[in-house]
Design a protein around this ligand. Structure first.
Ligand code: TIU
Length: 221
């Protein structure tokens, strides 16, 4: 398979060694009334990508390819949330505090769930991650190795935070990564644009970019 129109140059991959990595498409980040909006963020750009993420997910499901979802959340006792993370953001709403959808970013609370339209199917992998990068303190690398994955198509939120961190971690570990530009979003559109630009600058210093249509058109079915 090859995505000819990928930037900065064509992205070649084998279907058996390519996984879709969907980052943190969770209610608390995306839905009106969630944690993200309660901090004063406009969730509209995140809501707008849901159809494109669905199309990408459907393409991988239809071709029976490896699909991995991540969720950013913490244990109820916050033992996996360092003060350097908990003390960021608004003092009025910290990770673990009561929020509009249960305790904020706590595993098992409604806000930590992946949004209903993108709910993982039983055979799909779900990685629960305490950091911004999906490799930090998770089983992701072992999962990729056991599935012989070498190439990642990445999508999700937010572009400059968890998506970019994960792509940099993956690149350092030897994975070839492509970001789906219309299936990722930020609360700050200018940050999304800059992140896309910096990922594919310098000959693809972090990876490649392509649109969902370009990716899906490269899949066999
Ligand atoms: N998933 C993810 O990006 N977590 C964040 O906290 N992002 C923000 O942009 N705040």
């Amino acid at each position: 398979m090859i995505i000819d129109d990928a930037q900065p140059f064509p992205f070649a991959f084998e279907e058996d060694s390519c996984a879709l990595l969907l980052i943190d498409m969770q209610r608390d980040f995306i839905e009106p009334g969630g944690f993200g909006e309660s901090l004063g963020n406009d969730v509209t750009p995140l809501l707008e990508i849901v159809p494109a993420v669905s199309t990408l997910l459907d393409g991988f499901r239809y071709n029976n390819l490896c699909i991995i979802h991540t969720r950013e959340c913490h244990q109820p006792d916050l033992s996996d949330c360092p003060p350097s993370k908990r003390h960021r953001g608004s003092p009025a709403r910290r990770i673990g505090d009561p929020g509009p959808m249960g305790r904020i970013l706590i595993d098992g609370e409604p806000g930590a769930d992946i949004i209903a339209p993108l709910a993982p199917l039983p055979d799909e992998i779900v990685i629960t991650k305490p950091g911004k990068g999906a490799f930090y303190n998770t089983e992701l690398e072992a999962v990729l190795q056991s599935n012989a994955i070498s190439h990642l198509i990445v999508a999700g939120v937010t572009t400059e935070v968890c998506v970019q961190s994960t792509m940099r971690e993956a690149n350092d570990r030897g994975y070839d990564c492509l970001l789906a530009t219309d299936a990722t979003a930020s609360y700050f559109p200018e940050f999304k644009k800059s992140t896309i630009d910096m990922i594919r600058a310098q000959g693809g210093i972090v990876g490649w970019t392509a649109t969902v249509d370009q990716i899906v058109n490269a899949l066999p079915l």
